[in-house]
Design a protein around this ligand. Structure first.
Ligand code: 3UK
Length: 551
């Protein structure tokens, strides 16, 4: 793999890229994606936006949970504060190009400023989702050999407790003169001379939100950050400078980073950052700030729908959400049922899209009239997707197989043997079982290792979940295979019922009959447990291994 000369003084990240023969095939991308050899994605994004919409244009809108007050930063504010952070990092903490700086905080203006400041200094951003415990922080900080951790109040205690040798913990937005915000206020106020990184210098290390085993660090280049805006955002989402974005995914999850920072800033739009993106908070923010573009997970769409259901208004558009123009769903499959209910209530066609931390953002999706509800869509311009078997041979349309994708961004784990499991035959294997239909649409079946095998049948849990979700009493459903002496695995469902539905034997029977009428009867859940809620990750994914413990 021929890489351009690096601007990193500390070559840690480049030294730990996988060997050339373990890289996936990288596609050149689209015509307008020939980036300059020297490219710093942070200053590129800000400079481009300021040239187009001006430095006074509003950029970040944040509401404090404590005071309820709204603070707005312009593009110029973000540029100036990230300059100050870059200056403090280099002058006071000795950060050099290529050093790793961890950012741990809620979705807030200062978290975004840290992201830009670290990159302007030529350092590598290590992102984690807030709420990580000290041991988890220690694990990623040791893998990435982090030298400075920028932590919002709440995260800083955990980071300090992590006790990582060589890692200095700096609070951001706390009291006292040593806090980053106070240090910025004392800085010179001069324009920071952005480090002219190479387009293929590592910009960030994103850790997988995997539920088992040691987290994997995914190395992403400066050009990759722009590539997600130039593929999914530009060709599917199509935002404009007047759009107002919001959403729930944390900025430490690349779904959130792209949807709430990179995509709005790439077009000079503004973004509403919520510390806690609960369904209530999302609804409130949409109404208050006239949000037009929403990023969240399927479960949040369902929760919002349940809250909006006020009366039998026959599916009229809810007036509180009339500014919404674009809704994006990712992280888990979006059931056709959820899509239809949202369309009926809000009048917006949700854009489903599958993305992955390894590939930074969304690579299969569809918008507007191209959408087929229940399908993820087709490869995003710039990307290719195929259904392959274990040996890399194509599987015929209509039959399930492994989803394999390639595009301008590929999986590159930081010094990790598991690279050879994700990248095979030049393709990125996402670990999902999909079916492609003859029109080229991709239909999610299940995570490949979650396929249930019962009495010799292959059953995809999500198909059973979707059937359950069509029942009006079911708010959430999770279906797994439980070990069973007779059948190998027993199709077992966990459901959250509407508050007015009793968790009785009669309800269970009714749900079983309901499913049998809608999908092949052998797939019906032979056991159903009614639970108050389903276990989910900070990124909105069902934690199937925890369902197993619930039974
Ligand atoms: C699953 C989906 C069906 C799928 C992500 C958008 O989720 C993201 O990244 P992760 O690394 O997980 C990747 C895995 O999640 N998945 C995601 N989206 C969908 N399954 N339909 C979908 N629409 O198993 C995939 O392999 O946490 C999503 C953008 C950036 C991301 N990092």
């Amino acid at each position: 793999m021929d890489l351009l000369p690096s601007a990193h003084v500390d070559s840690f990240a480049r030294d730990r890229l996988p060997a050339a023969d373990r890289w996936p095939v990288l596609l050149p991308g689209l015509d307008d994606m020939r980036y300059p050899e020297r490219l710093n994605c942070a200053s590129h994004l800000l400079d481009t936006a300021m040239a187009e919409v001006g430095p006074d244009r509003r950029c970040l809108i944040c509401t404090s949970e404590k005071t309820g007050e709204t603070e707005t930063w312009s593009y110029g504010d973000l540029d100036r504060r990230s300059d100050q952070i870059a200056e403090v990092l280099t002058a006071e903490f000795g950060v050099l190009p290529g050093h790793r700086v961890l950012i741990c905080g809620p979705n807030s203006a200062w978290t975004v400023a840290c992201w830009f400041g670290v990159l302007k200094a030529g350092a590598v951003v290590v992102t984690v989702v807030p709420l990580l415990r000290s041991e988890e922080i220690a694990t990623v900080a040791r893998i990435a050999e982090v030298s400075v951790a920028l932590c919002a109040p709440g995260c800083d205690d955990e980071a300090a407790k992590a006790g990582v040798e060589g890692m200095r913990v700096v609070s951001v937005g706390g009291p006292g003169p040593d806090d980053l915000v106070a240090r910025c206020a004392r800085s010179s106020g001069r324009k920071f001379e952005t480090v002219q990184t190479s387009q293929d210098d590592v910009a960030m290390i994103a850790f997988t939100s995997g539920t088992t085993g040691r987290p994997k660090g995914c190395l992403h280049f400066h050009r990759d950050v722009l590539a997600i805006a130039d593929t999914f955002a530009k060709h599917i989402l199509k935002p404009g400078p007047d759009d107002v974005f919001t959403g729930s995914p944390p900025l430490g999850f690349t779904f959130g980073l792209g949807g709430l920072v990179i995509f709005p800033l790439a077009v000079g739009a503004s973004t509403v950052l919520l510390e806690r993106g609960s369904p209530e908070a999302l609804l409130g923010a949409i109404e208050k700030h006239g949000v037009s573009v929403l990023f969240t997970a399927p479960t949040a769409y369902r929760a919002m729908l349940a809250m909006l259901k006020t009366g039998e208004d026959g599916g009229a558009r809810d007036p509180r959400l009339q500014t919404l123009r674009r809704c994006v769903s990712a992280g888990e499959a979006l059931p056709a049922e959820t899509w239809r209910a949202w369309h009926a209530a809000i009048g917006v066609k949700i854009i489903d899209g599958i993305g992955a931390t390894e590939l930074l953002h969304i690579f299969i999706s569809a918008a507007d009239d191209d959408i087929r509800p229940g399908s993820t869509g087709r490869p995003v311009p710039g990307w290719q997707a195929a259904i392959l078997d274990e040996d890399g041979n194509p599987v015929p349309d209509g039959e399930p197989g492994r989803l394999a994708v390639r595009g301008p961004i590929g999986c590159r784990y930081l010094a990790d043997e598991r690279q050879t499991a994700y990248v095979r035959h030049g393709w990125n294997y996402t670990g999902d079982t999909y079916i492609r239909d003859e029109d080229g649409y991709f239909w999610y079946q299940a995570r490949s290792d979650d396929m249930i095998i019962s009495s010799g049948y292959n059953i995809a849990g999500p198909e059973v979940e979707n059937a359950l979700l069509r029942h009006p009493a079911v708010l959430e459903a999770g279906v797994i295979g439980m070990p069973d002496p007779d059948r190998g695995q027993l199709v077992t469902a966990f459901v959250v019922l509407r508050p007015d539905t009793p968790a009785s034997e009669a309800t269970v029977k009714e749900l079983q009959e309901f499913v049998k009428l809608r999908i092949a009867p052998y797939k019906y859940p032979r056991a159903i447990h009614c639970v108050p809620q389903l276990p989910r990750t900070a990124t909105g994914k069902l934690q199937r291994f925890r369902l197993r413990d619930l039974a």
